[in-house]
Design a protein. Structure first.
Lengths: 114, 111
């Protein structure tokens, strides 16, 4: 049971570069989410997706792009990285059953932008 | 503005103690409240609460929701060093199924 996996686990890059964080889930969950976690801010939602080809902005979407061509994958791209995007990024997924379902998280990607 | 506030922000106790973590919320269109435990990596799901007054229990952990007073508590009895973690509370909104997260309570259990 692989669950939800993120790659890479760690990434160092430079300002202005494009970087893509990958997220893959094996549960066929409808919903997928991208969060960033920073000291003093807790978890903040960047983007989410209700199904393939359906994405929507969260609380802090500026500077990020997402796509969801397949149910199982939800990559997050920083088109031109800035130092303020240094953070730990978590991907999560949840089922859609018509009732509340918990989100399940990947192990995160620690991204440092120099 | 919707918000979720956890208290205390940090807590240090000794093994065997009982702790109570608090989560209060002001969220329009409340749907559910969730508790997560975060050690070094991913937050892991503990409880989901949707109804007032019904205790959820798992081993030494339990949680209850009060929808009238807009808060939840997470109790941990007979604490162990493995309980050391950040405990996160989140509230789901009915309107868009997004979670509003609290800042977390950092719990340290001393042997």
């Amino acid at each position: 049971d692989a669950g939800i996996t993120q790659s890479p686990r760690y990434k160092i890059t430079e300002t202005g570069r494009q970087v893509t964080l990958m997220c893959h889930q094996t549960w066929s969950h409808s919903y997928m989410f991208w969060y960033r976690q920073d000291l003093g801010h807790g978890l903040r939602l960047i983007y989410y997706s209700a199904a393939a080809d359906i994405t929507d902005k969260g609380e802090v979407p500026d500077g990020y792009v997402v796509s969801r061509s397949k149910t199982e994958n939800f990559p997050l791209t920083l088109e031109s990285a800035t130092r303020s995007q240094t953070s730990v990024y978590f991907c999560a997924s949840s089922e859609w059953t018509g009732q509340s379902q918990p989100q399940h998280f990947g192990d995160g990607t620690r991204l440092s932008i120099l | 503005e919707d918000k979720v506030v956890q208290s205390p922000l940090s807590l240090v106790v000794h093994e065997g103690d009982t702790v109570t973590l608090n989560c209060s919320y002001e969220v329009t269109n409340f749907r559910s409240l969730l508790w997560y435990k975060q050690e070094k990596k991913a937050p892991t799901f503990l409880f989901m609460l949707t109804s007032s007054g019904i205790e959820k229990k798992s081993g030494r952990l339990s949680s209850i929701l009060d929808k009238k007073e807009l808060f939840s508590i997470l109790n941990i009895t007979a604490t162990q060093t493995g309980d050391s973690a950040i405990y996160l509370c989140a509230v789901e909104r009915d309107s868009n199924y997004q979670l509003i997260w609290g800042a977390g309570t950092k719990l340290i259990i001393k042997p």
